[in-house]
Design a protein around this ligand. Structure first.
Ligand code: 5GP
Ligand code: ZN
Length: 115
């Protein structure tokens, strides 16, 4: 991967590169999915694009098709884990709870959730 697509200080770039261990759920040329280390549901998976974008709006502006692929991958994960029901969260901005500034979809599934 070229320098322009990786941020050396970014935790999720390092996970994608295999420099930090993770429990892989799915991988293809563009996407990587892995279990959240601090799960908030029975199944809590993070889906990230391999290319670095800071947040979901940056990704949507640069590559909306890839954002669509992330949503469909979330659906796949939930189809396998919990008859297709899931919660999909993109925390965006520090004050909304974003702590890693490499866009990631939280896929929460595997159990009935409160409204
Ligand atoms: P955010 O708060 O940015 O929306 O979500 C970051 C998520 O990354 C959190 O749910 C947190 O538990 C998870 N996380 C932070 N560090 C690691 C790590 O090293 N490995 C894994 N698998 N998840 C991490
Ligand atoms: Zn990154």
């Amino acid at each position: 991967m070229s320098e322009s697509t990786r941020d050396e200080g970014c935790l999720f770039c390092r996970i994608v590169a295999g420099q930090v261990p993770s429990e892989k759920v799915y991988e293809d040329g563009e996407l990587y999915a892995f279990k959240d280390v601090n799960p908030k549901a029975a199944v809590h998976v993070l889906i990230v694009p391999k290319r670095h974008y800071a947040d979901v709006a940056e990704l949507a502006a640069a590559d909306p098709q890839l954002l669509g692929r992330m949503v469909l991958k979330a659906q796949d994960i939930a189809d396998q884990a919990f008859h297709g029901a899931y919660r999909l969260i993109f925390n965006t901005g520090r004050d909304a709870g974003q702590s890693v500034f490499h866009v990631h979809a939280h896929v929460l599934t595997g159990e009935v959730m409160d409204e």
